[in-house]
Ligand binder design. Structure first.
Ligand code: F6P
Length: 314
């Protein structure tokens, strides 16, 4: 099942999990609508039509939800009854740490083991360097910034581009670096507008063509920065809030491969009886870790990336 915000890579992971489970002579089912669907018994055996469609499609064909009901025992009990009726003994969930925690509560109630696959464009899950959907979102953002650069250059304008990421600046930092942005403002780095102005003013005096600023949504300063840039530089300035376009798109090769690796490992963990493990990718290797290493822990962006972006924040 898929849970929380959708992320590219969820579909290829569903396909890999279904195929690998069958390879190991297990009988896979899919749950539609995430935890809400589990409560309502939207559980089916996957058809060939579904699995054939999965590999290149963005989002999640199983659909997703952010369930409040699942945090109440009576609804978890209802979900358990649906599983029992179908003889389902183990679960794989893709999503963020809130989804993993929900299944841990479920395990404490009914002892249904689970495996977790990190999937969120925010890349903000502790203990893993990678979550499904990040590479695709980065590429969507880069395509947008490249297009914005064309029009910024044509009109001699400054552009502020706001990326998603909730309270994490990973998407903004990595795409600012990859798009050669002039400014990057993220929650992880204190910014200094005076110093940014001092850095850019020689270029502005030389008649710099345009300015690109990438701002993480978690800072909530995109509008303020847009006004500031206009007043300070005198350049016509526009704000582009990229929004949900960042969550869509066909999964990149990296997301398809990561999805396949995470999903087959999740099936294997459950097959071997390693319960309640979260799949992670750390320092270039795949591993599994306990829920405690993930839930309630703060994710920190790689300090080298932060240091590189510091130069764009002051
Ligand atoms: O967690 C993924 C994410 O896209 C965040 O980056 C963003 O803040 C949030 O979800 C948006 O949530 P919704 O799709 O519910 O508006």
């Amino acid at each position: 099942m898929t849970s929380g915000g959708d992320a590219a890579g969820m579909n290829p992971a569903i396909k890999a999990a279904v195929d690998h489970a069958r390879h190991l002579s297990m009988r896979p089912y899919v749950v539609y609508d995430g935890l809400e669907g589990l409560i309502d018994g939207k559980i089916e055996e996957p058809s060939r039509n579904l699995t054939n469609e999965l590999i290149y499609r963005g989002g999640t064909l199983l659909r997703s939800s952010r369930s409040k009901r699942f945090f109440q025992y009576e609804y978890r009990k209802q979900a358990y009854e649906h599983l029992k009726a179908k003889g389902i003994e183990k679960l794989i969930i893709m999503g963020g740490d809130g989804s993993f925690r929900a299944l841990n509560d479920f395990y404490n109630d009914f002892e249904v083991p689970f495996a977790g696959i990190p999937a969120t464009i925010d890349n903000d899950i502790a203990s893993t360097d990678y979550c499904l959907g990040v590479d695709t979102a980065q590429n969507v953002i880069l395509n947008c910034i490249d297009s914005i650069r064309d029009t910024a250059q044509s009109h001699h304008r400054a552009f502020v581009v706001e990326t998603m990421g909730r309270d994490c600046g990973y998407l903004a930092m990595t795409t600012a670096l990859c798009s050669s942005a002039d400014i990057c403002i993220v929650p992880e780095i204190p910014y200094d507008l005076d110093s940014i102005y001092r850095r850019l003013s020689p270029q502005i005096e030389e008649g710099i063509g345009y300015i690109i600023a990438v701002v993480a949504e978690g800072t909530r300063v995109a509008q303020y920065l847009t006004r500031w840039l206009n007043e300070k530089t005198g350049m016509d300035t526009r704000l582009t809030v990229l929004g949900h376009v960042q969550r869509g798109g066909s999964p990149t090769a990296r997301d398809r491969l990561m999805a396949t690796r995470f999903a087959t490992r999740a099936v294997e963990a459950l097959h071997k009886g390693n319960n309640n493990q979260i799949m992670v990718y750390r320092d270039g290797s795949y591993a599994t870790t306990s829920l405690n290493a993930v839930a309630g822990q703060k994710y920190s962006v790689n300090p080298e990336i932060i240091d590189l972006c510091r130069e764009l924040s002051c």
